[in-house]
Design a protein around this ligand. Sequence first.
Ligand SMILES: [Zn+2]
Length: 159
Amino acid sequence: MKNKNKENSDEQTFSPAEIESAKRTLIKMKKDIFKEIDAGIKEGSSKDSTEYRGDNYDIASSERDRELSYMLGDRERKKVREIDNALLKIKEGTYGVCDECGEPISKKRLKIIPYSNLCINCQSRAEEEEKKRMSEDYIDHLSTLSLMSDDETFKDSDE
Ligand SMILES: [Zn+2]
């Protein structure tokens, strides 16, 4: 009798304890991001209304979350989105499965990046594409800049 998927799935099966600890790590990571932002806000304004407790943080993005996410940088916002996605997958029982190809994400990888939603192959492909896109954006940006400076030079000489 053959059990084709046996070897792989054994290695990739998460025990409830592992899922629980991943979930806790994810929630903590998210809390830490928001705490940092919140500390920044508090420093700026010492209003009582900014007071909040992190202990009843949940998966659902509350009003507060949305409010705070405006204060996040692109990198943090992306990370929060990935964390939320991973938490959602825990809820749905698909944690550790690649969003892209549906293959299991290695546990080693999840240990380092618990919020990774892509396997190593899809991740590197996504990064390649992002790099490409970014360099295209950069070229766009450059041509916009040169257009702008052309314009300015024109104005300068006009004066
Ligand atoms: Zn994949």
